[in-house]
Design a protein around this ligand. Structure first.
Ligand SMILES: [Zn+2]
Ligand SMILES: [Zn+2]
Length: 302
């Protein structure tokens, strides 16, 4: 579904599922697209050859999977993630896929990858050309498209170089994977950080944007403060559930994951993997506070 934000800003809300993303087409002097979470079926008539600039909010495949659809475009991403787009090895480690065998014994990563919706990626974690030129941007940088201007806001937590985009003229905040969906927030990979996620959400609240849309919701949220506060509050609630459970039931990571303390349902193995990654983030936080200890792989609350 396409929503016209202004003459030149077109918001495309994806109908392809969560391994794809919403995207913004800026029909200005510098023809630009923010996020390429689409395949050819999701282009909605967009003429790829005219796009000069592709902007990725972060490296995750559901936001970058379509980069190759725009062969002429310059690609921009935050400076902390530019190298990930140029290296298969970095892509695996940044996504914590190096933990797969330990956390998911006996499960096939490729099957899980396809099951979750990354089919069509040809058994490649990264279906785009890693030799493309990538130009980094930094926090606060103004992206000048001609008439339209947007400010880059580095908002880590979900990933180390995760960025949001603020369109001051249109009072629109694009919050990328501060996703505001029912299942978020996500902060599972090595360099993700629930504390940074909290700070990033607070930064959006302080900015007081009139309207917010993320990469994965199907509406533009007006007056988003209450929604952002509830979203942030889920981090604390998850941690309480983990702590309370471990106080009663000392568990290893596999038994703990079976309790669905983060995600109510585990429809695929990939979601089980996410559950474990997210649990480890909360356990790490609880260990720092002295509330959880570990003995031979068993965690217990104190
Ligand atoms: Zn993401
Ligand atoms: Zn995403």
């Amino acid at each position: 579904m396409r929503i016209k934000i202004s003459d030149k800003i077109n918001l495309e809300l994806t109908e392809q599922g969560f391994t794809y993303s919403n995207w913004i087409y800026i029909d200005d002097e510098v023809q630009s697209i923010i996020e390429t979470g689409m395949d050819e079926d999701g282009l909605q008539g967009l003429e790829c050859s005219k796009i000069d600039l592709v902007i990725n909010s972060h490296h995750h495949l559901d936001h970058t999977r379509g980069n190759n659809l725009f062969p002429r475009a310059k690609i921009m991403i935050h400076e902390l993630e530019a190298d990930i787009l140029r290296s298969d090895d970095l892509f695996i480690s940044y996504n914590s896929l190096d933990l797969w065998d330990e956390l998911m014994p006996g499960a096939d990563v490729w099957e899980a990858f396809e099951e979750v919706g990354f089919n069509g990626c040809n058994r490649s974690f990264k279906p785009f050309d890693i030799t493309r030129t990538v130009e980094p941007f930094a926090d606060g940088q103004i992206l000048d498209f001609g008439t339209v201007k947007a400010q880059v806001l580095h908002m880590p937590g979900h990933s180390v170089g995760h960025c949001c985009f603020w369109f001051p003229e249109e009072e629109l905040f694009f919050s990328s994977d501060i996703c505001l969906t029912k299942v978020g927030p996500w902060y599972g990979e090595h360099l993700a950080d629930p504390d940074e996620m909290i700070r990033s959400i607070d930064r959006i609240i302080d900015l007081k944007p009139r309207r917010v849309v993320s990469s994965h919701i199907h509406e533009v949220i007006e007056d988003p403060t209450a929604c952002l506060l509830e979203f942030k509050g889920r981090i604390v609630k998850r941690e309480e559930r983990v702590y309370n459970y471990l106080r009663e039931h000392p568990s290893d990571i596999h038994a703990l994951a079976a309790e669905n303390l983060i995600y109510r349902a585990h429809p695929t193995n990939y979601v089980v993997f996410w559950e474990k990654l997210m649990l480890l983030k909360h356990i790490e936080r609880l260990e720092k506070q002295g509330l959880v200890k570990q003995s031979d792989g068993t965690y217990f609350g104190v």
